[in-house]
Design a protein around this ligand. Structure first.
Ligand code: MSP
Length: 527
């Protein structure tokens, strides 16, 4: 099979393919918001980006959920998958492919992949005995279980299984996996996730079963249709099926020709083992190149407590977005939580942050500056020469450095630090306008100095909006509109051409006398 070299101009990333046993919860929304922000940032850099999300629709858990609701599994999957797609739209998630494991093309990809692994001699029939967690769709090792053979993640009883299964010869890849982690230290990030995987692999990896009996909802094992393929074996390949161009024949070669290998798999820490151990070994067995990185982020809690249906403290992303808007929810999760660590949702804190950062610091600053520009500059960008700003001008000095700084932080997925650095410019602008009091300058008929102050503030707000656009695309677009641009940060095709990082992520580009838009408060204070 001919596969191209990794192309530096493209960037492919994935969220997990979410189980359709229920509607999206805030954990699924969290990964997807982060993935979307990364995709948006890469697009600003002019990269050709492919963001894959989707749903994982096979397996016992889903079959049981559908049965309990009295529906066919497919009808159930269709409904829930549509619910995910609708939420992503509401949250302004600009995904490029929505991969569903019940997509008929996926069957062909799974079959071809299975055959490669079979031909490599890595699949055999064996006896599986052990404790199975249906919620994880995974056999657990005895030492991992809580008292009463309960799953440590779901706190639910596991089921004893004793059956013949097909196994994947993971043990054969022990050395290759160790070499991978050593030679590509960035393969698993952040450090906590990497350490967890290293300690798991260092104990010696064991073959794992890749088929189930007594399960209908899934693909038959190609070499033995009495067995159904294990949901994780099928689900991980959903990332590959997603890469097929619409209408083309579903072959591995076609799927892998443009976007493979995926640059980044973004996941929560509970599914690390599948992505950072099983998946690379499966790809090694099939003779395919490996993804660039697996990033395992932390878990969200609510008011300091683990979220769960049994605790009755789940947070519904649909309700949250309906009440506060997509930008607010996106901003809170990316600004408040250090990506990689666990983080908390607390409504008071949520409201305080939005009021402080978006309503006050950013929103009020724009609004009062715009009103001054309409009053004293005829609704135009205040006229002044950018050369009049010395290099140590308090806003220019920050602005000239900020683009590179934000780039570095976004690339490191340090969203909270990126937001913080950008907000520093906004806060400095507030301080600057207060001390310079341009309204007084205008009253004293000192138009030139008044213009200089207003220009510096408007330009700083523009730069902040540009750099925050991966996080708050709607507010950024509204700020740009008020500044007289016709740039919509939700329009993928437009931004890399009309708002590339190289021209926008610097300070001093607002054109003198550009006609400003009508001033409007961009974010209302939440009471
Ligand atoms: N179907 C598998 C993924 C297959 S990928 C080929 C799956 N689905 S899931 O719907 O159960 O979980 C999806 C993601 O949501 C996981 O990355 C998981 O870590 C994340 N989260 C679930 N609860 C979470 C929190 N409370 N907080 C943050 N993320 C959490 O696993």
């Amino acid at each position: 099979m001919h596969l191209p070299n990794k192309n530096k101009e493209t960037f492919a990333l994935t969220t997990p393919l979410y189980y359709v046993n229920g509607l999206p919860h805030i954990g699924s929304a969290y990964t997807t918001i982060a993935a979307d922000a990364i995709a948006r940032f890469k697009r600003l850099l002019g990269k050709s980006v492919l963001l894959v999300t989707g749903t994982d629709e096979h397996g016992q858990k889903i079959q049981r959920t559908a049965e309990s609701l009295g529906r066919s599994p497919q009808a159930h999957c269709d409904e829930i998958a549509a619910g995910f797609a609708a939420l992503w739209q509401q949250m302004d998630i600009e995904y490029d492919r929505f991969s569903r494991t019940t997509d008929p093309r996926h069957a062909a990809i799974v079959k071809e992949f299975f055959q490669r692994v079979w031909d490599a001699g890595d699949i055999y029939l064996g006896q599986q005995q052990g404790w199975y967690c249906v919620s994880c769709e995974e056999f657990k090792e005895e030492r991992e279980l809580l008292e009463g053979h309960r799953c440590p993640i779901h706190i639910k009883e596991t089921e004893w299984r004793d059956e013949q299964n097909y196994f994947f010869r993971l043990s054969r890849y022990q050395t290759q996996l160790e070499t991978l982690y050593q030679e590509q230290p960035d393969f698993i990030q952040p450090a906590r996730s990497r350490n967890e995987v290293l300690s798991f692999v260092n104990q010696g990896v064991q073959d794992f079963s890749i088929s189930r009996v007594n399960l209908d909802w899934g693909f038959p094992v190609p070499v033995d249709p009495h067995h159904t393929l294990y949901v994780w074996f099928d689900a991980l390949l959903g990332y590959v099926t997603a890469l097929l161009e619409p209408g083309c024949e579903p072959t591995l070669e076609n799927a892998l020709s443009k976007w493979w290998p995926i640059n980044l798999h973004l996941i929560g820490k509970d599914i690390l083992r599948f992505h950072a151990v099983y998946w690379p070994a499966m790809l090694m067995s099939a003779g395919l190149p490996l993804p660039g990185q697996v990033f395992g982020h932390g878990f969200l809690t609510k008011d300091g407590q683990k979220m769960g249906k049994s605790l009755g403290n789940t947070l519904d992303p649909v309700e949250l977005v309906n009440q506060y808007g997509a930008d607010a929810v996106r901003y809170y999760f990316l600004k408040e939580i250090e990506f990689g660590k666990d983080g908390d949702f607390n409504e008071t804190r949520f409201i305080n942050i939005l009021n402080a950062d978006l309503a006050n610091d950013l929103g009020n600053l724009l609004n009062r500056t715009m009103n001054l520009a309409w009053k004293y500059c005829d609704g135009q960008v205040p006229s002044c020469s950018t050369e009049d700003f010395s290099f140590d001008h308090p806003l220019k000095a920050i602005g000239l450095e900020l683009g590179e700084q934000a780039k570095h932080l976004y690339e490191a997925l340090a969203f909270n630090q990126a937001c913080e650095a950008i907000l520093d410019l906004v806060r400095a602008s507030n301080k600057y306008i207060d001390t310079q009091a341009p309204w007084k300058l205008y009253k004293q008929e000192n138009q030139q100095e008044g213009n200089q102050v207003l220009y510096a503030v408007l330009e700083s707000v523009r730069l902040a909006a540009y750099l925050l656009s991966p996080v708050i695309p709607n507010l950024a677009s509204e700020i740009y509109r008020q500044l007289g641009f016709v740039i919509d940060f939700n329009d993928k095709a437009q931004i890399s051409i009309e708002a590339p990082f190289t021209t926008q992520a610097t300070w001093g580009i607002l054109s003198n006398k550009q006609k400003l838009g009508e001033p409007r408060p961009i974010f209302r204070r939440i009471e």
